[in-house]
Design a protein around this ligand. Structure first.
Ligand SMILES: Cc1cc2nc3c(=O)[nH]c(=O)nc-3n(C[C@H](O)[C@H](O)[C@H](O)COP(=O)(O)OP(=O)(O)OC[C@H]3O[C@@H](n4cnc5c(N)ncnc54)[C@H](O)[C@@H]3O)c2cc1C
Length: 130
């Protein structure tokens, strides 16, 4: 039984200004929130965890796990993936939010063009799968 009224929350693009501080590393939605239209938010967070694990595994013996220089490697390593995915999901969200039939026609043409290009489709799927 629902004991509170239903609530609505706007879906927004959010990104922490910094992912790391000494002894702190943000992963997943704590670091970045993307629009769920592409169903990629959790995948993105899992890739953060994999990368943080890789950075920790490659740690020099003289550094502590909380060393800011070490944690910055994680932050830098995640930049490209995050930028491309946020640009893609936010771009799609804006494109599909445009009102009017001309926008709809352009959208449909674009989606059909991508759908008919096997190579582009495979590249997009490969990237989404990580
Ligand atoms: C409608 C919708 C559909 C989605 N569909 C997909 C999809 O198809 N594929 C996909 O990959 N991703 C999808 N996502 C995104 C995905 O759900 C999130 O990216 C993912 O759940 C983030 O995981 P997380 O562990 O980082 O954060 P969360 O799942 O938000 O977990 C954070 C946890 O911390 C708890 N918490 C918060 N503050 C505190 C505190 N102060 N003390 C203790 N606990 C606290 C919260 O209660 C929560 O349990 C979707 C998101 C939405 C909104």
């Amino acid at each position: 039984r629902c004991i509170t009224p239903a609530q609505g929350f706007p879906l927004v693009l959010q990104r922490a200004e910094q992912f790391v501080q000494p002894h702190v590393a943000l992963v997943g939605d704590a670091a970045h929130v993307v629009h769920p239209l592409a169903g990629q938010g959790m995948n993105l967070g899992l890739r953060d965890v994999v990368e943080l694990g890789r950075v920790m595994a490659d740690k020099e013996s003289f550094r502590s796990e909380g060393d800011l220089r070490l944690l910055r490697r994680y932050e830098r390593a995640r930049a490209t993936d995050l930028l491309s995915l946020t640009a893609a999901t936010d771009g799609l969200h804006r494109l599909f939010s445009l009102p009017g039939s001309p926008a709809r026609v352009v959208r449909n043409l674009g989606m059909r063009a991508v759908g008919s290009q096997g190579l582009i489709k495979r590249l997009l799927i490969g990237h989404a799968l990580g």
